[in-house]
Design a binder for this molecule. Structure first.
Ligand SMILES: C[S@@+](CC[C@H](N)C(=O)[O-])C[C@H]1O[C@@H](n2cnc3c(N)ncnc32)[C@H](O)[C@@H]1O
Length: 216
């Protein structure tokens, strides 16, 4: 794992609080997120030799599932949370898989232009405030090769009142950007052409929209 030097930023951890980190993989299982990850991998159209980046890779579940299905893709993960990354590293090692795991932020990806063929991001977007979401998408577009693919999954909300009081800087506040087709529109505005959103219902925890977007 490498600690790429970048400006320290605040970030919202996996379950909203650092002390909940050890529970992350349990929650992942209970929500049934593995099915979403499997679908993301299928949608990415991976083949040998492709370079894959997972932005906000957390404990490495998507990277591990990708590596198990496609032994010969090049895997990279970025996340600001060193404990999540340490867990990801252990899990990859136990599975006999290699990945580059960097500490870093979606808004400031430390890779040259055109470094990746596929970028994944799973349930990370709602951890960012509105300007950071646009910074992230600009960065993803920059590091993807022309014609590269972004496969992004995030919560979709339908009911504006559902989330009640929203503290500034909280996940609930950031989720305000996820009503209806707002995520798809944001991605399109960043210079991508999108397939229709695929809506999936988690075992618990609501609805997820999966976006498949090509750089244009
Ligand atoms: C809900 S977890 C999702 C983890 C993983 N992608 C998955 O599907 O299991 C959100 C992740 O986003 C990471 N995160 C928060 N802010 C971030 C940022 N600015 N850049 C990159 N990752 C971030 C958190 O550390 C956490 O690992």
């Amino acid at each position: 794992m490498s600690e790429i030097s970048s400006q320290e930023r605040d970030y919202l951890p996996g379950l909203g609080r650092h002390f909940l980190m050890p529970l992350y993989d349990v929650v992942h299982r209970v929500f049934g997120l593995a099915r979403v990850h499997d679908e993301m991998i299928t949608l990415a159209g991976l083949r040998d030799g492709l370079r894959v980046l997972d932005v906000g890779c957390g404990t490495g579940n998507l990277l591990r599932a990708t590596g198990k299905r496609h032994r010969n893709v090049e895997l990279t993960g970025v996340d600001p949370d060193l404990k999540m990354l340490a867990r990801a590293e252990r899990k990859m090692r136990r599975a006999g898989l290699a990945a580059r795991l960097d500490r870093g932020y979606a808004q400031e990806l430390k890779f040259p232009d055109d470094s990746f063929d596929v970028v994944f991001s799973s349930l990370m977007l709602h951890h960012l405030d509105t300007p950071s979401k646009d910074e992230m998408l600009a960065e993803v577009r920059r590091v993807l090769r022309p014609d590269g693919v972004l496969v992004l999954a995030d919560a979709t909300l339908h009911d504006h009142d559902h989330h009640g009081r929203r503290k500034s800087g909280s996940m609930k506040e950031h989720l305000r950007d996820n009503y209806g087709d707002a995520v798809a529109k944001r991605i399109a505005a960043a210079g991508f052409t999108l397939e229709p959103t695929r809506m999936r219902t988690l075992r618990i925890g609501g609805e997820i929209g999966i976006e498949v977007a090509k750089v244009h």
